[in-house]
Structures are given as structure tokens and as C-alpha cells.
Design a protein around this ligand. Structure first.
Ligand code: 1HE
Length: 268
């Protein structure tokens, strides 16, 4: 059932597959600050629908230029003068892309710089891990633009920072940056240097896990959050039944038993 992904089929995204199974996926319209037009969203749908079956072990999601992503392509939206139904369908395609990311089972590490705003924050919050640098800032400018979020911020941003903070962010146009953004949960890592270097390091580390284990981590945890506690416990048991008995794990368990495997130690 293996499928292939040909980077040449993509124009909005630059795809850079590495031999270790890590793919760097870059939003590639820096002149438009990587604003999300329809074509970009369709390429995200295609890539993230296919990646889990194409041997992609982990993804670094990045934006070309000084800014990660400026959100919805406001010019395209203005020019299209969409009907409510038209824009509902636009949003449903965003959800298709972002759900494939969050629930696809392949670790996605976002390398963030500059603006991560509006739909750009919705995209980043669909990644499993976010790395920011000293230039990164987060905002939801929709409130000031006469708009509302349509790419999942009410779900994922509220989940990351809580409902009250999200409401304040969009109502007031509040910007978060630096260590405060990490403390609130908008990113898990902040670096002095390049967020790409750190994201790549993390993606490579994640790619060393067994694919089925990563599938559970990057799919089951999100699904379980949507369930009642009773159903969640059941689903977790079923997933653990499959993952924790996978033949590929036997060598790792044997290494623990014969004491050759690394032990868990505090950071030095
Ligand atoms: C764009 C967009 C865009 C830039 N759509 N074209 N998002 C926003 O409200 C963010 C809007 N953008 C900005 O605030 C700024 O552009 C940035 C802070 C991201 C970058 O500033 P700067 O000074 O580097 O760039 P710039 O001069 O503002 O823009 C450079 C070009 O990018 C310019 O195009 P040009 O052809 O005139 O050179 C801009 O028009 C273009 N550009 N941002 C289209 N967003 C599913 S609902 C989701 C709801 C939302 O996401 S609302 C969008 C919120």
C-alpha cells in the first residue's frame, strides 16, 4: 500500500526529503509572507494525506523568508468576494489539511520565525511540536480585520492556551513572543539560534522511534482527547494492545532486559 510523493508535483510547498525519512516541508511564498491561498491548502491536504503511507518518518514544517505564515490570503479572499457557503467550503479544506496533520500519525515539528498569525497560528497549532526563535511572535489579528478564525483556532489555540487567553488574544489583538509564549504553551521550545536547526534535531530524534509508536503518539492522543473518559480508556487499551506487542519492539525490549539499552537519567 506504499505510495510515493513527488516533490515536483508541488509548487506552493518546497519538499525536501532526507535519507533518514525526515521531510522538510516549506511554505514557499515568502513574497506573500506565506499567506495561505487555496492552492497552498490543497497541497497541504495532498501531502499530509499521503505522508503516512509514503514512509515519511517525521516532518519539519517551515516557512520561507522572515515569517512563518501570515494566515489567510487576504488578497485572494478580497478578490474572490466569497459567499458564506463558498467560505465555509474554504474552511472545510483548511480543516481537512490540518486534521490530516494532527491525526495522521506522522510527527510534525514546526520551525517558527517571525509572524505566526491568524491562520498561520492555526497551521502551527496543528503541528505536534512547535519551536520558536527570538523573532517569532503569535497573534490572532482576525478581530481587527473584521474576520473570525476559520481554521481551527477555537479548537487548537484554545486548547493550547485556554479559552480566556484566546478570547483576549483575538479581541485585543494581543501579541505573544519570547519565553512568555513558551510558558503559555504556544510553543514547546525557544532557541537563541535557528528554529530550523532545533526542529530538524527534534524531527530526527522522533524519527528514531518505531513508526507504529509514533502513529499512536501523533494520532491516538488527539483522538482520545475528543472522547469521554470511558471511551478514552477503552481506545487507549486497544491502541496499547497493538503497539506494545509489535514485533519490531522486541529488540528494544531485549536490549533493556540485557542491560544494553540506555537508562532514563536526569539531565546533567
Ligand atoms: C499578504 C498577507 C496576507 C502579507 N494575505 N497577502 N493575518 C493578518 O492579518 C496578517 C497580515 N499580514 C501582516 O500583518 C504583515 O504582512 C506581516 C506582519 C505578516 C509581514 O509584514 P511585512 O512588513 O514583512 O510585509 P507586508 O509589506 O505587509 O507584505 C508583503 C507582501 O505580502 C504584500 O504583498 P505585495 O504584493 O504588496 O508585495 C502583502 O500584501 C503580502 N501579504 N500578508 C495576502 N495575509 C480560515 S480563516 C483564517 C483567518 C486569518 O488568517 S485572517 C488573516 C490574518
Amino acid at each position: 500500500m506504499t505510495v510515493t510523493i513527488d516533490p515536483k508535483d508541488f509548487t506552493r510547498l518546497a519538499l525536501d526529503p532526507h535519507e533518514d525519512g525526515v521531510w522538510i516541508v516549506t511554505l514557499n511564498r515568502p513574497d506573500k509572507r506565506n499567506a495561505l491561498d487555496l492552492a497552498t491548502v490543497e497541497e497541504l491536504v495532498t501531502f499530509f494525506s499521503t505522508a503516512p503511507r509514503a514512509g515519511v518518518k517525521a516532518v519539519v514544517l517551515a516557512g520561507a523568508g522572515d515569517h512563518f505564515c501570515a494566515g489567510l490570503d487576504l488578497i485572494e479572499h478580497h478578490d474572490a468576494d466569497r459567499s458564506p457557503a463558498d467560505f465555509m467550503h474554504v474552511c472545510l479544506r483548511w480543516h481537512e489539511a490540518f486534521n490530516k496533520m494532527e491525526y495522521g500519525g506522522v510527527p510534525v515539528i514546526a520551525a517558527l520565525q517571525g509572524a505566526v498569525v491568524g491562520g498561520g497560528l492555526e497551521l502551527a497549532s496543528s503541528a505536534h511540536v512547535r519551536v520558536m526563535d527570538q523573532t517569532t511572535y503569535f497573534a490572532l489579528p482576525e478581530g481587527q480585520r473584521g474576520l473570525f478564525t476559520g481554521g481551527g483556532a477555537t479548537i487548537r489555540v484554545a486548547d493550547l492556551i485556554g479559552k480566556a487567553r484566546m478570547i483576549d488574544m483575538i479581541l485585543m489583538g494581543r501579541v505573544y513572543q519570547g519565553q512568555e509564549a513558551v510558558d503559555l504553551g504556544l510553543a514547546q521550545y525557544i532557541v537563541e539560534g535557528s528554529s530550523m536547526d532545533k526542529a530538524l534535531e527534534l524531527a530526527r530524534r522522533a524519527a528514531e522511534n518505531l513508526p507504529l509508536t509514533n502513529f499512536a503518539i501523533c494520532s491516538a492522543i488527539s483522538h482520545v482527547q475528543n472522547m469521554s473518559a470511558l471511551d478514552a480508556a477503552y481506545a487507549e487499551s486497544v491502541v496499547a494492545g497493538i503497539v506494545n506487542t509489535q514485533p519490531d519492539a522486541r529488540a528494544r525490549l531485549a536490549a533493556f532486559a540485557d542491560k544494553s539499552a540506555a537508562r532514563v537519567r536526569p539531565n546533567s
